[in-house]
Ligand binder design. Structure first.
Ligand SMILES: NC(=O)C1=CN([C@@H]2O[C@H](COP(=O)(O)OP(=O)(O)OC[C@H]3O[C@@H](n4cnc5c(N)ncnc54)[C@H](O)[C@@H]3O)[C@@H](O)[C@H]2O)[C@H](O)CC1
Ligand SMILES: [K+]
Length: 482
């Protein structure tokens, strides 16, 4: 089952893999023609009623494959009003081949004759709201006719995602749909799912399509969230990189909560970060996170609905580990957990929603496989995510991302990314995306955007993590698709 939003992502990924929509439409049209042939005999009359979008385009292709049937193509509207380039190209191809085509400009004059089969290619996944004219009149004429109907992709009038038919629908005995079943077809009696050659990788490998549809799911696009990094102590660069990258990826504000002893260096890296030291009222400034600091951190993060990043540069002082455990036990918001905080996750019961971003050794410490090739062990990583109840983004040459059910892989990135700090920027990007996407999607797109940001720098071995902050915005815009 596939939603129209996911389908849009997969289409675009397929194009990036060298299989553009025009090629897919050729397969769709071919599949429609095959089904027409199964439902009719040579010489039978078939009327193809075509809308002006790609749903109509599918039937324009099908007509080219139907020379042994009496095919009549009716375009609803003027050829100039065809909305997509590929549908127009297929219209031109029909005309060039001297195949008979009719345009219906007055829907009151829409006449179906009495064909042996009607192909309903008026509207597919591009419909919004109730059927409008001329499609509404044409739908009535199709329903009044005694001819059986084969719908292309979905019966015109139905919402492919919900099955809703707010303004009437073509009553189709048969449906040929593409790639995968649509949720709105679940109740339909005769649905043929046609393989149109979308490569499996378009679904399983994160690509530009995943980035393109981000924010289309009713999420809070444009409202930059707040990132709250709990890190620093023995190291200072890591929390600053994570916070900075989250700003590059759209966070509105980025805070770093750190031990007072490292306030100066962290605050000195960038004027964009808001640095909040803890433990500065003590006799000598704290140099690591301790359990007594935790209640205030939890309270601050929850009060502002911040996305937390727990771990960068935190170190492994036993008191810090206790504090991190306590944070996880008390916090009920959303967090990315990275670095030294990762091994503590399996030890704690938490209500928080977590995205874990382990590298290979941290993955093993979490209880996952010890492996160089993460893809070969994707199933074990999925089981680990299911056991822990959190999303895992396992970092390797190819990243493996899983929510315990679905597994995707991401191969964006460059060999130069093995340099220190790129994991911190990744945590920052994922945290920013968590303000506008579900955890699994934020992890997938975060992995892709961090990798694309490195590819766009084109620095080879001289890559520095600080530089990624400059190309993350463009990578997220999806400009410069592969
Ligand atoms: N996704 C794929 O891999 C493939 C899909 N194919 C087919 O393409 C359609 C979707 O095409 P699209 O151009 O996006 O939309 P439609 O043709 O469904 O409709 C767009 C058209 O309709 C107008 N419109 C919108 N709402 C209404 C309405 N309520 N009443 C009247 N008119 C309406 C809108 O203005 C546009 O002009 C998909 O279903 C597949 O059939 C390709 O085959 C390639 C592979
Ligand atoms: K249709």
């Amino acid at each position: 089952m596939i939603t129209s939003r996911r389908m849009a992502a997969v289409d675009r990924n397929a194009a990036a893999l060298g299989v553009p929509l025009r090629v897919l439409m050729e397969s769709s049209g071919n599949a429609v023609a095959r089904r027409v042939r199964e439902l009719t005999a040579p010489g039978d009359s078939v009327t193809l009623v075509c809308g002006r979008g790609n749903n109509g385009g599918d039937a324009l292709v099908a007509a080219r494959f139907l020379d042994d049937r009496e095919a009549t193509v009716k375009l609803l509207g003027r050829p100039e009003s065809i909305t997509t380039e590929i549908a127009r190209a297929n219209w031109d191809a029909l005309k060039a081949a001297d195949i008979d085509v009719e345009t219906v400009t007055d829907s009151r004059a829409f006449d179906l004759d009495d064909p042996d089969l009607v192909v309903d290619a008026m509207l597919g996944t591009g419909i919004t709201g109730e059927l409008r004219e001329p499609e509404a009149s044409a739908a009535r004429a199709i329903n009044d006719s005694a001819a059986p109907v084969l719908a292309v992709d979905v019966p015109s009038g139905v919402d492919a995602d919900t099955g809703a038919t707010p303004g009437g629908v073509v009553e189709a005995e048969h449906v040929v749909t593409f790639h995968d079943l649509k949720p709105g077809l679940a109740e339909h009696a005769d649905v043929t799912v046609a393989d149109i050659g979308i490569p499996e990788a378009a679904e399983e490998v994160v690509g530009p399509g995943d980035v393109a549809v981000l924010g289309d799911g009713g999420s809070r696009k444009g409202e930059g969230g707040r990132t709250f990094v709990i890190g620093g102590g023995p190291y200072t660069g890591a929390p600053a990189l994570a916070a900075g990258a989250s700003l590059s990826a759209g966070a509105g504000l980025a805070f770093v909560a750190c031990p007072a002893s490292v306030f100066d260096p962290i605050a000195g890296y960038s004027e964009d970060l808001i640095v909040q030291p803890y433990g500065d009222g003590e006799e000598s400034a704290t140099d690591h996170l301790e359990p007594e600091h935790v209640p205030e951190l939890v309270e601050t993060a929850e009060r502002h609905d911040d996305t937390v990043i727990l771990g960068p540069g935190l170190g492994r002082h036993p008191e810090t580990e206790d504090a991190a455990r306590q944070f996880l036990a008390e916090f009920s918001g959303t967090a990315v957990v990275d670095a030294d905080a990762l091994p503590l996750v399996p030890e704690v019961d938490t209500d928080a929603t977590l995205v874990l971003t382990p590298n290979r050794s941290e993955l093993a410490e979490l209880g996952g496989p010890e492996a160089d090739d993460l893809v070969a062990h994707a199933d074990e990583i999925r089981e680990l995510a299911a056991d822990l109840g959190h999303t895992i983004l396992a970092k390797g040459e190819v990243d493996v991302i899983t929510d315990g059910e679905t597994v995707r892989r991401c191969r964006a990135g460059t060999p130069g990314m093995t340099v220190g700090g790129t994991g911190d920027t990744l945590a920052g990007v994922v945290a920013a995306l968590l303000a506008r996407a579900e955890p699994f999607e934020a992890a997938c797109v975060g992995s892709y955007v961090n990798g694309r940001a490195a590819e766009m720098l084109d620095r080879g071995d001289g890559l520095r993590a600080t530089e990624l902050q400059e190309t993350i915005p463009a990578a997220l815009e999806g400009g410069d698709d592969e």
